[in-house]
Design a protein around this ligand. Structure first.
Ligand SMILES: Cc1ncc(C[n+]2csc(CCOP(=O)(O)OP(=O)(O)O)c2C)c(N)n1
Ligand SMILES: [Mg+2]
Length: 353
């Protein structure tokens, strides 16, 4: 059984909670980034929550996902802990990758999260590789990759889908078509209107669905999962969606106008699902507010945790690079260790640490 699905009222509430959590996490990540607390870049998933959550609702807990540079939402949808995620954004030693990955490289292989990725289009080859392992070891799992509309024009995405299709691997390719690759609109990137049409080139099913509707996403991915598990190979699911924020935080967005953003916000995935659950008698407006308050508290705790967590030591930069010890790397690590010990010694003799 999936850890949540859309077949039960409890599962639907959990899906709503995960979407609310993604939005609250990313709003706070945006605020903290603006305050200069988070190094690097952050790309927010606000507006696209139904794609990540609908996909994960159709998966089993041990299925794999491979994410993108806009990956916070995928992590939360897969059940990762916002505390350890926020610590990773802050570059702290307690983060998922000991603070060495940051926003664009959160991974938790035990939870089936193969990694966010700063390289556009890097998810599909990871999913094809994981699907090959699943197939080879005859395991009852699937591997899903998320990628953007921009990534679909990338060579390695074509290679990955082509191989998975040719070998009938249990992979699912979820394309998050949010209408833009950075500031370039879809019609300046592609010669087709529906990216699912590209599935024809691989002779696999291609579906275009409403990515603002969590139920539509879950149904499509469930169908794709059943097909993959039957040995019939991959499916390409194009979810049409929209990011409310700029490409990255700080983007001045000269390529679109406010009206376009508002048109999509009118179809907000959280508000529409909330409304549907209220109409079904599964939620009241008060209960939704309680859920939101609980989520906000969780996110505040995550920020407190991240702010207070220790930074990694300099020599830890050399950990986790190779499976076997490499003498040169050991030498660099020891030199860094000696430098930080020396620094600590100097601070102590100056009366502080
Ligand atoms: C291989 C590669 N090329 C270019 C970039 C720079 N880049 C970062 S995000 C991005 C746009 C990606 O657009 P899309 O795949 O639609 O994802 P979205 O940002 O819309 O979620 C580009 C070109 C990169 N990170 N990696
Ligand atoms: Mg895009």
């Amino acid at each position: 059984m999936a850890d949540f699905d859309l077949q039960s009222a409890d599962g639907r509430l959990e899906a709503l909670r995960r979407m609310v959590t993604i939005r609250a996490f990313d709003e706070e990540a945006g605020n903290r980034f603006a305050d200069g607390e988070i190094p690097g870049f952050v790309h927010l998933y606000i507006g696209e929550e139904a794609v990540g959550v609908g996909t994960c609702a159709a998966l089993e807990p041990d299925d794999y996902i491979a994410s993108t540079h806009r990956g916070h939402g995928h992590c939360i949808a897969k059940g990762l802990d916002p505390k350890l995620m926020m610590a990773e954004l802050y570059g702290k030693a307690d983060g998922y990758c000991n603070g060495k990955g940051g926003s664009m490289h959160i991974a938790d292989v035990d939870a089936g999260m193969l990694g966010a990725n700063g390289i556009v289009g890097a998810g599909p080859p990871l999913a094809t590789g994981a699907a090959l392992t699943i197939d080879y070891q005859d395991r009852d799992q699937v591997a899903v990759s998320f990628c953007g509309d921009g990534a679909v024009a990338q060579g390695q995405v074509h290679e990955a889908i082509n191989l998975a299709a040719t070998w009938d691997l249990p992979a699912i390719f979820v394309v998050e078509n949010n209408g833009y690759g950075e500031g370039t609109p879809l019609d300046e990137q592609h010669n087709v209107e529906n990216l699912s049409d590209t599935a024809q080139a691989y002779d696999i099913p291609g579906l275009t669905i409403d990515g603002m509707d969590v139920t539509a996403v879950a149904e499509a991915v469930e169908e794709a999962r059943n097909r993959a598990r039957s040995g019939d190979g991959p499916t390409l699911v194009e979810a049409k969606t929209y990011r409310y924020r700029g490409h990255y935080e700080g983007d001045e967005e000269p390529y679109r106008d406010e009206e376009e953003v508002e048109r999509w916000q009118d179809r907000d995935p959280i508000q529409s699902f909330r409304q549907r659950l209220i109409e079904r008698g599964e939620l009241t407006a008060e209960e939704f507010e309680e859920m939101r308050a609980e989520v906000e508290e969780t996110i505040e705790e995550a920020v407190d945790y991240a702010q207070e967590a220790p930074a990694p030591e300099a020599h830890e930069a050399y950990d986790d690079m190779f499976v076997e010890t490499v003498p040169e790397i050991e030498r660099f690590a020891n030199a860094a260790r000696a430098r930080s010990d020396g620094g600590r010694e100097r601070r102590r003799s100056n009366g502080g640490d």
